[in-house]
Design a protein around this ligand. Structure first.
Ligand code: HMG
Length: 416
């Protein structure tokens, strides 16, 4: 009995074929929150690097955010739900302890019934876990020509009045992973680091995350060092020269933009010292490298905030949309970090032709179309009150409430 078509996807020709992004239609300018909390605005704009944060209204959750991102991906054309053979939903804002968000998306999106689907959790890392599982599924031949849909979707919530409050956000990124990808070809080699740390967590009975803020920064930077060391080891001696110059851009998990700055300085300094660079020139070279290779990735993160599992891919979407033409054919370095912790450093190339596809993501346009909330409206949303905005519509689907302890979702628009 023939159980598999005789396909042999080369290890090098698998990657991200399409990206769809969705952020809630509400946004809070952080200068208003800083004024309300009596925090100097420079601390937020300069110290944290953020200007606005996306706020999910009570009628949106990670299912609706994720389904809306996937609907925007399918609306770009070229990929249809019938082509999906693996549907993975990565989130740390689960809607149920047992029933996965993925099965709601499976129904809402009309994905075939012979599609393997499940939810993934490892804090912010699980979006990358999904991408790696999907890429390996395709490389193995088990996909039989089908594509994987990986959806990273989250709402970053901390306690009101906490220092982490300014690093909230919400959004989702949907990624199609396939053979002969039309956006980003993924290299099969990566570097991984895992270690049990309590830097950020959310006990089962809590809606808002708990965090040991300063410690979490150390854990992130240590994981970066170790994942990059593992990446170097996997190059089998072929990787003597410094890493940053090999890439047109470096994209970091971005809980807040200053974290990406700290991460890049750490990576750059390690690589500079390794190569025996002049210590007197290090600071200027690192700043130059940050400006050229990292700053262009941060435009959306500065006005969306932390999207946890989706954060790295929101930065990728922004970079591809804004700089696609000049970066076509060039390599990117990507660092994914999930508290707890697990991290991965991996690489890929923006394929020829990707610049004509990336503008279809429509990220900038969506960000500009958002409605600004007052601090009072934001606090009402945080308490779960819909106020006089309750008749607002999500574009594709919305959360329709709980009946008999069951969550209900309804489609509010066509798929494409
Ligand atoms: P904080 O106590 O509010 O702030 O905590 P701070 O005192 O550390 O100040 C922040 C920066 O602002 C500092 O800059 C200050 O100097 C500066 P730095 O020294 O770090 O370069 N500053 C000013 N700058 C200009 N003018 C001023 C001024 N005042 C101070 N007047 C913290 C900040 C990030 C810790 C907090 O917001 C927090 O706990 N956030 C949540 C945790 C987090 O995002 N951790 C990141 C690493 S872990 C991670 O990425 C995983 C995560 O995404 C979850 C997951 O994996 O699922 C979180």
């Amino acid at each position: 009995m023939r159980i598999m078509e005789n396909r042999n996807p080369t290890a090098l020709d698998v990657g991200i074929d399409r990206i769809g992004v969705y952020v809630p239609e509400y946004v809070l300018p952080l200068d208003q929150l800083a004024a309300a909390r009596q925090v100097p605005v420079e601390k937020i704009h300069v110290g944290i690097g953020s200007y606005k944060m996306a706020v999910a209204p009570p009628w949106e959750d990670t299912v609706t955010l994720g389904a809306n991102a996937a609907a925007r991906l399918f609306a770009q054309g070229d990929v249809r739900p019938e082509e999906i053979g693996l549907l993975l939903v990565a989130t740390e804002t689960a809607v149920d302890h047992a029933k996965p968000a993925s099965i709601f998306l499976h129904e809402l999106l009309g994905v075939p019934s012979n599609c393997r689907t499940f939810e993934l959790k490892h804090a912010c890392y699980s979006g990358t876990a999904g991408v790696m599982i999907a890429a390996d599924w395709i490389r193995s031949g088990a996909a039989r020509g089908r594509k994987a849909l990986v959806v990273a979707t989250d709402i970053a919530r901390y306690d009101l009045h906490s220092s982490a409050e300014f690093t909230q956000g919400a959004g989702a990124v949907a990624l199609v992973v396939s053979e002969q990808p039309r956006l980003l070809r993924l290299d099969p080699i990566s570097g991984v680091f895992a270690s049990n740390v309590y830097d950020f967590w959310r006990p089962l009975d809590r809606r808002e995350a708990l965090v040991d803020g300063k410690f979490s920064l150390d854990c992130y930077l240590n994981a970066l060092d170790r994942a990059v060391a593992d990446f170097r080891a996997s190059l089998n001696g072929q990787g003597g020269e410094p890493l940053p110059p090999r890439f047109a851009a470096l994209i970091y998990h971005t809980p807040f933009p200053k974290m990406a700055y700290k991460a890049h300085l750490r990576l750059f300094e390690n690589e500079w010292r390794r190569a025996g660079g002049d210590p007197g020139e290090l600071a200027a070279a690192a700043e130059r490298s940050y400006t050229e290779q990292v700053e262009p990735t941060l435009g959306a993160a500065r006005i969306v905030g932390n999207t946890y599992t989706a954060s790295l891919y929101l930065c990728l979407a922004w970079l591809a949309e804004q700089r696609g033409r000049e970066l076509e054919g060039r390599s990117l370095g990507l660092f994914s970090y999930g508290s707890g912790c697990c991290a991965e450093f991996f690489t890929g190339q923006l394929v020829d032709g990707s610049a004509s596809i990336a503008p279809r993501i429509g990220l900038e346009q969506m960000l500009q179309a958002r409605r600004e909330l007052s601090v009072e409206e934001y606090e009402a949303f945080a308490r779960g009150a819909a106020g006089d905005l309750s008749d607002a519509q999500a574009s594709f689907c919305r959360f329709a409430g709980v009946r008999d302890d069951k969550r209900l979702y309804e489609r509010t628009g066509a798929l494409a």
